[in-house]
Design a protein around this ligand. Structure first.
Ligand SMILES: Cc1cc2nc3c(=O)[nH]c(=O)nc-3n(C[C@H](O)[C@H](O)[C@H](O)COP(=O)(O)O)c2cc1C
Length: 242
């Protein structure tokens, strides 16, 4: 089967700039944040905050999966996703605490690549985000030993029922149960991917795409809540051939 790769014309509403400015901005984050927020506001896809996160397994092999970017912190420049820290990606990040991330907004013809060290979110950040989740999603965090094998879907559903029972959540209740009754599991939390490199890629209808790479140093430090953190140096920008 062949796939027709001809690019479809975009509706006017989705058009954005089709090149980077001649004078590259000194910091790539404001441009990235503008695209990220526009993708949400214009509802260009069901999960505009979806990103591919590539890690290195303990045996040195790469693996990648999609997760949702829940926080984008322009200054000092990191993004945050949430997951089960005992998952395959958690084991990978324990062994090699670095990641490569890719966002692709097809309708905007934009790609953003971010690479850098990864640290666990401080407790307050994981708690703050967990507090926004419905009781059903909180139960999900307790009932799935993410990335581990399980004998059947029924066995998985039994784990969900067990977690509901443990926390007194009635699955047949007409109203959404109080999420406060389901605390954050100790193995569930955030990871901050600090941007040490960021590449912005802009598709251009003339097919000469535009691409630039920003790099900076990150000096290890301890954050205000005792978490692993970094003090960034200034960005340096280079245009790349597409
Ligand atoms: C659109 C989409 C969003 C997802 N968001 C998350 C997420 O935010 N956190 C998460 O742990 N898994 C998320 N997943 C599931 C992951 O892709 C993956 O299956 C899971 O995290 C296990 O990955 P691992 O075995 O490499 O650790 C998402 C999947 C899709 C398709």
């Amino acid at each position: 089967m062949s796939i027709d790769t001809a690019q479809q014309d975009l509706p006017e509403a989705f058009r954005m700039e089709d090149r980077l400015p001649d004078q590259l901005p000194s910091d790539p984050f404001p441009t990235f944040a503008r695209w990220f927020h526009a993708a949400h506001e214009q509802k260009i896809q069901p999960n505009p905050n979806a990103m591919t996160v590539a890690t290195i397994d303990p045996d040195g092999r790469p693996s990648a999966r999609i997760v949702l970017c829940k926080y984008l912190v322009e200054d000092p420049g990191y993004i945050v996703f949430f997951t089960n820290r005992t998952s395959r990606k958690g084991a990978a990040l324990d062994a090699h605490p670095r990641a490569a991330v890719v966002f692709h907004w097809d309708r905007f013809d934009k790609q953003v690549r971010i690479e850098g060290p990864v640290v666990e979110s401080p407790e307050s950040e994981s708690n703050r985000y967990f507090a926004t989740r419905t009781a059903g999603k909180r139960i999900g965090a307790w009932s799935s030993d993410q990335s581990k094998p399980i004998g059947s879907r029924e066995a998985l559903l039994q784990q969900v029922r067990d977690a509901q029972k443990r926390f007194g959540v009635d699955p047949d209740a007409q109203t959404e149960p109080d999420p406060e009754t389901v605390p954050r599991p100790p193995h569930w939390g955030g990871y901050r991917v600090w941007a040490e490199k960021m590449e912005l890629w802009v598709g251009n209808r003339s097919r000469i795409h535009d691409r630039a790479l920003w790099t900076r140093s990150l000096e290890t430090t301890i954050g205000p809540e005792g978490e692993d953190s970094f003090t960034p140096g200034p960005w340096s920008a280079t245009r790349l051939q597409p």
